[in-house]
Structure formats: structure tokens, C-alpha cells
Design a protein around this ligand. Structure first.
Ligand code: GAP
Length: 462
């Protein structure tokens, strides 16, 4: 039974805190707005998405290699990339209450209002402050890059930037990878890591943050092969969203970005979007960046960034297809998609009760198996311990829980998204079998104790 959109974020934020996925940051100091800590289960979920991505797109392919470049790099990179000059958002401020807003977000919200007339597009001059109704200033452009200083003196020559995207490191490492990895076009460079943006209006839980993680690939191709490579990555993106994140088709759209909205250097862009409870919003991006980045870095660094095409014996400056995935945003999409509410039987079996359940794809679930001894005596905890050790030995994250009624323990694992609970009961001591209870259907069956690790491995491989 889906949770209504207007209630879903509140339910999710509360569950994330209660169950150790995401906590408000710096809480002991009164909190730090729009910053969040990933708790033990949240970090497992995030890492599982990241690892699935790396396995699929780097280890699982011969045409992509990985890098890990610093968050703070040479400042000239950001001049070459255009970020120093152009990486800004349009900001307006209320003249009465002095709250600040993104002008494009206010325009977007006004277009969603009932009675909006498409024939008369909204003009910022007609829009009032959404908080107090006051008049707004003219648009100011606000650079999103966070600055710092390297070395003891805070002077212009020591100015540095925290990277606003991971992409730049792939362009600056390009020449070394070209020279050392013996790759021929087409091939890509992948990177996962933190990026920083001084967002004007962060919010919607972990959707828009000042510090977040991206998973990006810069895929280098001969210019004439760029359209084909774009289509190949679009298919790869769709397969990832469908098969790994398991976001339903009804909640996803791939928006072709019209000419007027596209960056001037992009020949084509498509934004994968997800229907979050607060609206259809960007999840990632796919762009044909032409040779913009390499030609800018070539010009500014005065290095030859072309590659030899052995077929023609000519040096070519590749085009770049860039598929980019927001890792932090993918965590939110996965949580929103798979959070569900249904009814579960209670101990007295006379009635049932509401149950919150995270129906996470098993591969992404932070805990794969819960081991639940029915009582704390008669040797049951010892059997549980041995089973947990056997699972850990095979790299399967398993968790023992012996406190509270079995119903309460199931409920807790349902909220964590654990796909299977194994209950050790008195029958186990007699016939060496355990009950396996399925998270989604709540059905139960018995399997031999010794077969549990292989049983879990097989389920995870599907
Ligand atoms: N290299 C291209 C690039 O960075 P982008 O559309 O600016 O493109 C890519 O960012 C993705 O990074 C977004 O689609 C989104 O998933 C994620 N992202 C961007 N800003 C974010 C923020 N403030 N908080 C969380 N995720 C963000």
C-alpha cells in the first residue's frame, strides 16, 4: 500500500533517524542546517549502490578505467572549465524579510500553480516572496563554488576551490591515462567522490546538499561516433535504473533538454528524472559535451591533448559523452521508491497491525540476513552465533538479534529492509532446520541450517 506523497517524506525522515540510516548532523550543538550524517545502515546502503555501480561500469567493462583525484586541485582547472566565470545560480532576495531564493525555482513553482496561463509566461517581476509576500530584488548571479586557501596566508594567490563536480579530475588525468593505459578510442574514465556546491536553497532532506557524492564517467570517442555512444549510455543508464535501483518505470522519465536550456557546449542532453514525493526531479544527467572540455584544457594548459587514431594515423581531439549519477540522490530515490506500508499479523493472531517496510533490492539492503534465536536459552543463541559467523565468513552481512518478541524483531528488520530473517527455535536443536521468513510476502518455510549460507548466496545472485 503506497504511502501518500504528502506524508512520505516525514515518514521516511523519521524512519531514517530511528533506524540508523541518516541522522541530522551536529545535533549535540543544536544541529547544522541541511547537513546530514549517514548512520551505519545508511552508509551500507550508499556503499552498496556505489559498489554495484563500480562493478557494473568499471570492473565489468574493458572500455572504462577508474581514477581517484583530489577534491582540491589546481585553481586554473576551474578557469579552464568555465566554472569560475559561469557556475552560478540566479538569486533573488525578498526586500522585506531578506530570505533568498533561486529565481528559476520560483518561476518553476509559479508555473505549477493552478490557473497558470501558458500563453502568458510568468515574469519574475510578477512574483512575490513565497514566505511573506514582499517584493523581490533583481536577479543577482551567485557563484556556487566553495572557496578555501592553501597555506598559511589567506591571499588571492593561495585561493583554491572545493570541486563542484568530480568530472574535472577525469579531464586533467586524461593525458596520463592516454599515455599509460594503452587504450584506444572509445574508452572512458570513471570516478566516484564528493562534490561541493554553495547551494542557495539546499533542502528536501538529502536531495539538495552543499556536500554530496557523484558517480561520473567521461567517455572519450571519435567525434563521428558521439551520437552512437550517447545512445549506448542512455540504454546503460536505463538498465541501471531498472535492474539495480529497481525504480519503477512509472516513476522515472528521461527528459530531453531543449536547446534553450542546454549548456552552450552540449550537443545533446537528457536528464533522468525521478518522481520524488516533492515532484519529478533530476536524478542524474547524460550529455554529449563535444570536445569542449579537452579543447579548453588544451588551450589553457598548452599541452597537446589529442590521441593518435591508429586507423588513420591522425591525432584527434575526442568528443566526450558524460553519464553522471548523483550517488546521494540515488540513495534518496531508492529509499522513496521502496518504502511501503502494509498490514502484518500480530502475536495474538486476532488482529493485524500497520507495518512499515523497506522493500530494498536484496543486493542493496544493508543487512542481508537477520538471525533470531527464539529464546535466550537452551543453546539457541549459540546456534545463532555459529550461523552468523558462517555467513560473515562468506562476506554476507548478517545481524543477530535476541531482544524482544519475535514480532517486534521482524518489524525492526522490515524497517531496515532485511530481506530474510532466520529463526532458530527448538525444532532446530532436533532436526537442524531453521525458519526463513521473507520480508515482502511474510511467508515462512524451513531450510536446513547447514544450507543457509548457500541459500542466501543463491538468492543474492539473482
Ligand atoms: N559533471 C556534470 C554535473 O556535475 P550536474 O547536473 O550539475 O552535472 C550531476 O550534477 C548530478 O549530481 C545531479 O544530477 C544530481 O544527481 C547530483 N547533484 C548535483 N547537485 C547536487 C546537490 N546540491 N545535492 C545533491 N546532489 C546533487
Amino acid at each position: 500500500m503506497p504511502i501518500p506523497a504528502e506524508r512520505k517524506m516525514d515518514v521516511l525522515v523519521a524512519l531514517c533517524k530511528r533506524r540508523g540510516f541518516v541522522y541530522p548532523d551536529s545535533e549535540i550543538y543544536g544541529g547544522f542546517a541541511n547537513a546530514w550524517d549517514f548512520g551505519p545502515y545508511g552508509v551500507e546502503l550508499k556503499n552498496n549502490i556505489r559498489d554495484a555501480w563500480w562493478d557494473r561500469f568499471v570492473r565489468g567493462r574493458e572500455d572504462v578505467v577508474g581514477v581517484d583525484t583530489p577534491i582540491i586541485q589546481h585553481s586554473r582547472i576551474w578557469e579552464a572549465s568555465g566554472h569560475v566565470q559561469n557556475f552560478s545560480d540566479p538569486l533573488v532576495e525578498c526586500k522585506a524579510c531578506h530570505k533568498r531564493f533561486r529565481a528559476d525555482h520560483l518561476l518553476e513553482a509559479s508555473q505549477a500553480e493552478p490557473g497558470y496561463d501558458k500563453e502568458r509566461p510568468a515574469n519574475l517581476r510578477d512574483i512575490r516572496c513565497p514566505e511573506c509576500g514582499g517584493g523581490l530584488t533583481d536577479v543577482m548571479h551567485f557563484n556556487l563554488m566553495l572557496k578555501t586557501f592553501i597555506g598559511p596566508k589567506e591571499e588571492a594567490s593561495n585561493l583554491a576551490y572545493l570541486r563542484p563536480e568530480t568530472a574535472a579530475g577525469m579531464f586533467t588525468a586524461w593525458a596520463n591515462i592516454r599515455d599509460t593505459m594503452r587504450k584506444r578510442l572509445p574508452f572512458g574514465i570513471a570516478q566516484v567522490g564528493r562534490a561541493f556546491r554553495n547551494e542557495i536553497t539546499p533542502g528536501n532532506f538529502i536531495f539538495r546538499l552543499r556536500e554530496f557524492e557523484q558517480m561520473e564517467i567521461e567517455y572519450f570517442v571519435k567525434p563521428e561516433d558521439a551520437p552512437r555512444a550517447f545512445d549506448m549510455w542512455l540504454d546503460a543508464y536505463k538498465a541501471w535504473v531498472r535492474d539495480v535501483l529497481r525504480l519503477s518505470d512509472a516513476n522515472v522519465q528521461y527528459r530531453e533538454i531543449p536547446d534553450a536550456e542546454r549548456a552552450f557546449y552540449s550537443a545533446r542532453s537528457i536528464d533522468p528524472e525521478y518522481l520524488f514525493p516533492f515532484g519529478m526531479k533530476e536524478l542524474g544527467g547524460l550529455a554529449n559535451r563535444t570536445d569542449y572540455d579537452l579543447s579548453r584544457h588544451q588551450e589553457c594548459s598548452k599541452q597537446d591533448l589529442r590521441i593518435l587514431d591508429p586507423e588513420t594515423n591522425e591525432r584527434v581531439l575526442p568528443y566526450v559523452i558524460e553519464p553522471t549519477w548523483g550517488l546521494t540522490r540515488s540513495v534518496l530515490a531508492v529509499l522513496c521508491e521502496h518504502l511501503d506500508e502494509d498490514r502484518a499479523p500480530t502475536a495474538d493472531k486476532e488482529d493485524d497491525e500497520a507495518r512499515l517496510v523497506l522493500r530494498l533490492p536484496p543486493r542493496l539492503a544493508p543487512v542481508k540476513a537477520a538471525i533470531l534465536p527464539l529464546t535466550k536459552k537452551d543453546g539457541l543463541p549459540e546456534i545463532a552465533r555459529e550461523l552468523a559467523t558462517n555467513l560473515h565468513r562468506r562476506g554476507i552481512v548478517a545481524e543477530e538479534d535476541e531482544s524482544g518478541s519475535i514480532g517486534k524483531r521482524y518489524r525492526r528488520q522490515d524497517e531496515i529492509g532485511t530481506p530474510w530473517c532466520f529463526t532458530i527455535d527448538h525444532q532446530t536443536t532436533e532436526d537442524k532446520t531453521v525458519t526463513v521468513r521473507d520480508r515482502d510476502g511474510m511467508s515462512q518455510s524451513r531450510v536446513p541450517l547447514a544450507d543457509v549460507p548457500a541459500w542466501v548466496m543463491e538468492k543474492l545472485s539473482v
